[in-house]
Design a binder for this molecule. Structure first.
Ligand SMILES: Cc1cc2nc3c(=O)[nH]c(=O)nc-3n(C[C@H](O)[C@H](O)[C@H](O)COP(=O)(O)O)c2cc1C
Length: 192
C-alpha cells in the first residue's frame, strides 16, 4: 500500500468511540508516548508549539472523573443538574485506559492570534486520534461536562489565556463503528 492509501485508511477509519464502548483493556504507556510524539509534529505558526497535554491513567484517571463529576454538581444549578449526568461523568473513565487532556498554552509575545494557536492545537489533537487509530486504539474527543467551564480551568491550574481543546479518552474497543457524514462532500467544496 502506498503512503496515501495508508493515510486514507487511517483517516477514514478513525471513529469516535464513547468510553462506554471501550473494554477496559490497558494501553501501554509506550504506545501513548509514541502517539503524543505525533502530536508534536502539527503545524505551528511562528513555531509557538502551543499544544500541552496532561496524561492520566489508573487511579489518577478515576480521580479526575470524580473531580469532574463534583465540579459539575457544584457548578450547575439544582434545577438543571441531574444525577444521571453526574454518574455519567463519574464513570466516564472506568472502561478507558488513558485520558489525554489537550490544551492551548499561549505565547503572547509571538503575536499569533488565539485562533491560530487554537487551530494548531486542534491539528495536534487530530494527530493523536490518527496515531491511536493506526495502533488499533479507540478514541473519544469530548468537550462535554465541565470541559469549557471556568471551574475546570481552575481545577487544572491553567493560566487565564490557556484554552482547553478537549478531553481525549483512549482505550480499546471490541466494537467496529461505521462512519457517517450528513453533508455531501461536493456541497462543501467550490472549485473555481
Ligand atoms: C471539538 C470537538 C468536540 C467534541 N465533543 C464531543 C462531545 O462532547 N460529545 C460527543 O459525543 N462527541 C464529541 N465530539 C465527537 C463528535 O461527536 C464526532 O466527531 C462526530 O459525531 C463525528 O463522528 P466521527 O468522529 O466518528 O467521524 C467532539 C468532536 C470535536 C471535534
Amino acid at each position: 500500500m502506498n503512503a496515501f492509501d495508508t493515510l486514507k485508511q487511517v483517516i477514514e477509519g478513525r471513529r469516535t468511540t464513547k468510553p462506554a464502548q471501550m473494554n477496559g483493556q490497558k494501553i501501554s504507556d509506550e504506545d501513548v508516548k509514541e502517539i503524543l510524539a505525533l502530536a508534536d509534529w502539527a503545524p505551528t505558526h511562528a513555531r509557538t508549539e502551543p499544544w500541552r497535554f496532561f496524561v492520566l491513567t489508573g487511579d489518577n484517571l478515576q480521580k479526575f472523573c470524580e473531580h469532574h463529576a463534583d465540579l459539575y454538581w457544584a457548578n450547575t444549578s439544582p434545577e438543571t443538574r441531574t444525577e444521571t449526568k453526574r454518574d455519567a461523568l463519574l464513570n466516564m473513565g472506568s472502561k478507558a485506559s488513558h485520558l489525554v487532556i489537550s490544551l492551548m498554552r499561549r505565547t503572547p509575545e509571538a503575536k499569533i492570534i488565539t485562533e491560530e494557536e487554537y487551530a494548531a492545537v486542534a491539528a495536534a489533537t487530530q494527530n493523536i486520534l490518527l496515531g491511536a487509530t493506526a495502533k488499533g486504539i479507540a478514541s473519544f474527543w469530548s468537550t462535554g461536562g465541565m470541559t469549557h467551564h471556568p471551574a475546570m480551568k481552575l481545577y487544572l491550574e491553567l493560566k487565564d489565556e490557556d484554552l482547553l481543546m478537549g478531553l481525549l479518552y483512549l482505550g480499546y474497543s471490541d466494537e467496529q463503528k461505521e462512519g457517517m457524514r450528513k453533508i455531501p462532500l461536493d456541497d462543501k467544496i467550490i472549485w473555481v
